[in-house]
Design a protein around this ligand. Sequence first.
Ligand code: SF4
Length: 380
Amino acid sequence: MKKDFKNNLDIIKKIYLTLVFPRTAKNLAMDQILFRRRTPFPRIITMFITNKCNLSCEGCLNAEYRNKNITEEQVTLDHIKKILPELKKYKPMFYITGGEALINKHTFDIINLLSKNGIITAMSTNGFFLTENVDKILNSDLNFLSVSLDYYKKDVHNKIKGNNPEIFDRAISGLKDLISKRNGMKKLSFNIKINTVARKENYNELLKIYKFVENLGVDELCVQHYSFHTPSIKKTIDGFKEKTGIGEYCDGALIDEDYYLSPGKAEKLESELKKIYAMAANGKTKLSEKPAIDSLGKYYSGEFPNKDSFCLSPLNSMNILGNGDVCLCLGNKIGYLDGDVSLKEMWNSKESKKFQKKIIKEKFLPPCFGCHSLNYKYNN
Ligand code: SF4
């Protein structure tokens, strides 16, 4: 009964989103059919609307750039207005992240402008400023919200989040308020997801985390695999970067052992995930994983995947960094937001096509190790 209700609700939500965003739905359907092609315009645009962050989480991949050369409102409504005609025409999904997205005081103006123009919006947050923004979130037309939560108890979560004493309580109280008000409003086009990074502190307790977030009433739990580099991976990547200039911002947290999770721990993680998938099939909260990896043991041992691995991101997505650089992946600059060149021109530029051809030919490159966009294949 519970399963039927959940399936029906999922279908209703999908139909609703298709009706409200027909062009985006059509693009996504075409992409499923014409798999692994270069799309005419990016289907997903990720914008790092500020580099500023109030936390300093362990293993943060933006640590090097966080809080550097920034103002609180690095991306403003004017930047968005400049690219709005193209966004309106091509209807990509627009994903807002940071730094901490809720620090930028233009965030909701940006979301509302995009939504008003028929663009699907998503935002991720560390949850610290959720409580004070609950009403703004619900009064906006934001479609997808991701909140970071790495543990179900405050001591461990607070430690992972850079020993911040308030983050767990603030995120949970914000989530509770958000979910209860959202349910009262019956908002069909608003999905709440928890992102949990699988790591040493939680790899064998993900089931407890799932039950905890299901209890809160979130729609989805996404288990993200830890992005790390061993010294030998780093050496390979650095050599490649030096030779080609590709992969400037593609970093993983540097670990000093040979593996992040031992084979036995990776096996335990796999078995936790299996249990959660079984539970999620009948539960209120969906489970997803990012990236897709067909052998967690090999991934966590720091093994490079085989050439059946592939990434669609440079073929269908564009990133706009906090400093205005427009990139494929994180380090392949194809333009600048304040320049006179349009996003479409950047997408079709010589640099862009050259990199896309390289990815089509080589499937993935050394700096891809640890990236969440790669589909990791180890087993043929
Ligand atoms: S996997 Fe590689 S090609 Fe794909 S987005 Fe990541 S760094 Fe870019």
